[in-house]
Design a protein around this ligand. Sequence first.
Ligand code: HAM
Length: 426
Amino acid sequence: MSDKIQAVRGMNDIPPSEIPYWRFIEDTARRVLDAYGFREIRMPIVEKTDLFRRSIGEVTDIVEKEMYTFPDRRGDSLTLRPEATASMVRAGVQHNLFDRVRRLWCTGPMFRYERPQKGRYRQFHQLDVEVFGVPGAEVDAELILILSRLWRELGMQNLALEINSLGSKETQARYRQTLVDFFQDYREQLDEDSTRRLTTNPLRILDSKNPEMRQLIESAPKLIEQLDAESLEHFEMLKQILSNSAVPFTVNPRLVRGLDYYTRTVFEWVTTELGSQGAVCGGGRYDGLIEEIGGKATPATGFALGMERLVELLKLHEVQPPTAVSHVYLIALGEAARTRVHALAERLRDGIPDLRLTVDAGSDSAKKKMRNADRSEAPLALIVGDDEIANETVSVKHLRETSDQQNLSIEKLINLLKHQLAAGAW
Ligand code: HAM
């Protein structure tokens, strides 16, 4: 036998047993986003490499070491998208969308060449939500309210909201110099990563996970204390709306995020329940990006949540998502039944549109078919053999409770199934 081919490291299959969690999140998110006036958009997974270089930033971890970049057959440099914001901005500018549609969302796979571990993968999935053309803090707050509602509807309680303001691009430039001056004085205390960042991206030093750097970072000047007046006003309004809406939050002055496009508001929802990969959702405002990649100046704000991490949390909290297993497993026994049972199945589907029905009309033995029915997890088996064909009836067997097999007319069967579905019994 030849060697089995395995999936690429860090890229996972999502088996049928996990799909109910994914659908539960996607269906709930879709309903919530519809309710807040958002429209869905779908973009390609591959974009020109320059798009990400220019938007995410040359000296970020993502662009420096994590992108799946390759030349296509003509030699053009393409990249598997590491996030959705840049692509959505590109699509909006290209199709002149933002005058008409300001609230957009999408979902799908993203790719980053990170070291795989629990909660961190090379192919992962995001639900990404963006608002274009609205400069005020009220819309930053509304995004956070959407997320609070989503967590409630999913039965999630333990997520903590951290917020910060990164100010305008000018404030960031000034603060960068303040930070460089400060850390220069403590050069010998910086680890290798931070020494490198001192010249490339000093803000990211604040993000260091190295416990030995903690104390030094705590004592560094904080951007939030040097905010420009407009950004400060923006941040105060955000906090006011969150307080008025009873959304708890903490201000984390070290929250800088891993992408360069942010201005003013940034936020993350974090949990301690997932180990080191505790950020379930991240986002913020990026008022300069659209102009930077060739569109007309348009303020924008958004977030992305990590589907894998959210699925893991739902499982930890033993949330039971709705499943899509069949309600009914229909078995044909004997030659006559094998050619007639599909007509019966179609009649049932016509009469009960919500019915989930699996037909087993193959050549397996009766015993094997009953075993298949059991494994299908369906609550009910319907058995049709020669007698049932002759009498125009169906034998009904409850698979998950002990009760006698019944013989019912088709009319009575349809009533029974409708009743069970309406009662929410399955
Ligand atoms: P991000 O913080 O890079 O932001 O990613 C958002 C979320 O995606 C994270 O909080 C995490 O849950 C999930 N995530 C990121 N990397 C991985 C990975 N390797 N494995 C599993 N999950 C992961 C962005 O991507 C921004 N585009 C968010 C945004 C939208 N900002 C404004 N609009």
